[in-house]
Ligand binder design. Sequence first.
Ligand code: BGC
Length: 757
Amino acid sequence: MSKRMITRQRFSKYLYGLGLLAIVWSINFSGLNKQFFSAKPDEVEDKIKDRVDSVLHLMTLEEKVGQMTLFTSDWDVTGPTMRATYKADIKEGKVGAIFNAHTAAYNRELQRIAVEETRLGIPLLFGYDVIHGYKTIFPIPLGESSSWDLAAMERSARIAASEAAAAGLHWTFAPMVDIARDPRWGRVMEGAGEDTYLGSKIAAARVKGFQGNDLAATNTLVACVKHYAAYGAAQAGRDYSTVDLSERVLREIYLPPFKAALDAGCGTVMTSFNELDGVPATANRFLLDEVLRKEWNFPGFVVTDYTSIDEMINHGYSADQTQAAEQAVNAGVDMDMQSAAYYNHLIDLVQEGKVSEATIDEAVRRILRIKFMLGLFDDPYRYSDEQREKSEILSDKNRQAAREVARKSVVLLKNEKQTLPLSIGIRKLAVIGPLADSQLDMIGAWSGAGEARHVTTLLTGIKNVIGDRVDYSMGCPVDQDDRSGFGAAIDLAKKSDAVVLVIGEKAYMSGEAASRSDITVPGPQLDLARELKATGKPLIVVLMNGRPLAIPWLADNADAILEAWFLGTEAGPAISDVLFGDYNPSGRLTVTFPRSVGQVPIFYNMKNTGRPMDPNNKYTSKYLDIPNTPQFPFGFGLSYTSFAYGKPQLSSPELHSGGSVQVSIEVTNTGKMEGTETVQCYVRDLVGSVTRPIKELKGFQQITLKPGESSNVQFTLTPDDLRFYDQEMNYRAEPGDFRVFLGENSAVSDYVQFTLK
Ligand code: BGC
C-alpha cells in the first residue's frame, strides 16, 4: 500500500469517528477532485459549495476564527521554531494556515496534528513567498520581466510551483503586481516594472504558471496577487509610506494588473500595508468590497500582509487591536496574517454584535473553498512528497530552464564598436568587481528556500568557458569605502585584453524595506571603474541591481554595459552565454532608467503638460541642469545584430465602433547574427475629456530573424484598446484622432494616425 493511501485511510478513519455527518462528508470528499475537473465550472462550484457548507455547519465559532488565522513558523536555518503555543493552537483548531513552514517532512508533521488531533480534522493551508523560485532560483521578477517573454515567465512560475508543492506547500504569496514608477522603492525588484499593459500580461502569465490548469494537481500552488493596492505609489519611494492617488490613476494604472491576475483565476488576494486616500488598504471598503467583491465578483479569499491589521493603530485609523480587527473583518478581510487580531478579538466581537456571524461564515466559506479546490480534503498530505522533493528540486532540467530565462532577461544597454560579444579565443580576460563571484548577491532578494551555495557565479561561468585565461580581482567592496584592492585590479587590467567589471548593488539593497534615496552605483565602485577606464583596456560593465540605477558616467564611458539584475541560480552561465555570444541579448527594459534621482518619478507614459519642453523657451517644463529624457527609456535594449524598421502602415484612416484597424511595419535584421526583436506598439489619444499620456503601450510581438531576413509585424487595434476613464469615470473610448507608434522602444517617433468615429 502506498504511503499516500495509508494517510488517506487514516484520515478517513478519523473522520468516521466523528459521527454520521462526518461520514457523509468524508464519503463526499473522496474522488471529489476527479469529478471537479471533468465537470463544467458551475457544477464544480456548486459541488464545492455544498461540501463547504457541510463543513461549516459542523464548526464552532472558535473553529471558524481559527480558519481565519495565519501564523508564521519562524523557520530558521537550524530548524523550525514557532510561536510557543503553535502546536496547542493547531491542535485546538485555532490556526487554519501556516506560512514559512516547508519541506515535505515538516509540513506533513504539522498537517498530521491538524488532521488527526483536532476535533474536525480540517487540513492546514501552507503558504510561502515563492517569488522567483523555490530552490531553483530564477531571475528577480523585475529582471525576468525584461525578457518580455510571457511563455518563459509562465514556465518559471510553473517550475517554482512544482518544486514548492513537492516540499509541502500549497500557496504562494505571488505574483506581486504593483506598478512601480519610483526606483527609490526597493520593491521595484519584485514586480514587472512601470507599465500597466505589460504588467497585466505578466501577472496573468505568472498566475497561470503557479496554478496550472488544475489547482488540485500535486505540482501546482494557489497564487496570491499582491499587494492590493497601489503599494508601489509610496510617497518619496519610501517603503510602507502613504499613498494618495486620484481614483482615475488608481483604476487606470494600478488596478488592472490585479484584475488580470484574477481573470487568470488567481485564488487569493493580499492587502497592502499602505493607506489609500486616508484609509488603510486592510480596512478599505472601497477596495475590498466595492471593487474587489462587487465589481470584480472575486470569489476567493483576502489575506492581510503580515501585521497590517495591527498597523492600523499606527496609521491612526484604529484605537486598538480590537477596533482594528473589527474594521478589517467588516471591510472584507478574510484571513489575518500574523497580527493575531482575529485570534484575540473576533469571538468577543461577534458576541458583542459588532461583527455578524454571517460575516465570519462568509470568510470561512471562502477559505474552505480554496482548501477544497486544492484537494486537501481529499488527501491532506498530497503536497508533501519526499520522493519528488528529491528528484525534482534543483534538477538539471529545472536549472537549465533557469539558465534559459536568465539569459533572456539580460539587457544590453551599450555596445560601442562591437566590444561584445567577446571572442572565445581571448588571450587574457580580467574579471573585476565585488559582485563577480558573489553567490549571495546573484541569488537576489526574496529567494525563497534558495541557497547561495547552489548559485553558479559569473566568474565560475566564465571559467567554464575559457578556463585559466581568466583572472579575478575584487577591486573593492560594494558598500564600504575600502580602496585597498584598486592596485591589484588595475595591474590585472593592464595585463589583460579586456576587463569585465561586475558592479552594482548588493542583493539586500532592494526588496522589502530597502528604499534608497541615492540610486547611483554605491561605494567606491565607480572610482574603480574610472581607474580601469584609464588603463585603456576595453571596459565591459556587468551591472547587478534590483532597481534602475542612475549611471551617467558609465553610460558615457564604458565600452559595453550589460544589465544583469540578479539572475538566480544560473546567473553565471546565463551571463557568460551573453558575453561570449552563445546567446544574442534580447532583453528590453520594463522600467525607465533616469539620468539622476532628481528626475524621479520618470516613466514613459507621462502627460504632455501645458508647456511641453522646448529647448528655446525657458518657460517650458524642464530642468536647468539635465535633459528631460531618461538615460535609457522603457522598452530599450540592444542586440548584437541590428534591426531596421520600415514606415508604419495603417489599414484604414478611420476606425468605427465594432471595427478594427491594422497597423503594420516591416522589420529587417540588417546585422550578421540571428536575433530577437521586441516590436512595440504605442498609442496616443490626442484630445480627451481628460488629458491622456503621450504614449501608452498597447501591444508587443517578439520575432526572431536571421541575418537579412524581414518580417511584416502587424497589430490590430479596436475601440476597446482605446478606452480610459472619462470625466464622469465611464470607461470608454472617445471619438477623435489617435497616433500609433511602432518601433523598438518607447522613444519611437514614427507614427500613423487614424480617427475613431
Ligand atoms: C511582505 C509580503 C510577504 C509577507 C509574508 C510581508 O512583509 O510585504 O510581500 O508576502 O511578508 O512573508
